[in-house]
Design a protein around this ligand. Sequence first.
Ligand code: AMP
Ligand code: ZN
Length: 114
Amino acid sequence: MTDCLFCKMVSGEIKPDTVYEDENVLAFRDISPQAPLHVLVIPKRHISTLNDLDEADAQLAGQLTLAAAKIAEQEGVAEAGYRAVMNCNAGGGQTVFHIHMHVLAGRNLTWPPG
Ligand code: AMP
Ligand code: ZN
């Protein structure tokens, strides 16, 4: 997707503050952090929303989750705790339409979220 901000990060057209990368997944610091640690984990392949995942994407969905846990470990927040969350469409607060998992930590995260 040439017009997608996160695809541009995957292609290198825009350089994110990368914290983790492998064959399938890229993770970088959020430009507007909502916690001391705020990382976005994205699949390198464009998928617009959670609603667009299908059975063939099951492994990729798992890889996003595993990457989130690896990043929490790498960033030293795994034991204290963190939140991994995906927003879907306008009602869920999604503003960038390339799926991403937010990894938030470093402050006391309340529940329910706003
Ligand atoms: P969401 O609202 O769930 O779609 O999350 C999109 C996230 O992307 C927000 O937390 C934004 O702060 C973040 N974001 C937008 N533009 C950039 C950028 N250029 N680099 C890093 N994060 C970004
Ligand atoms: Zn994209």
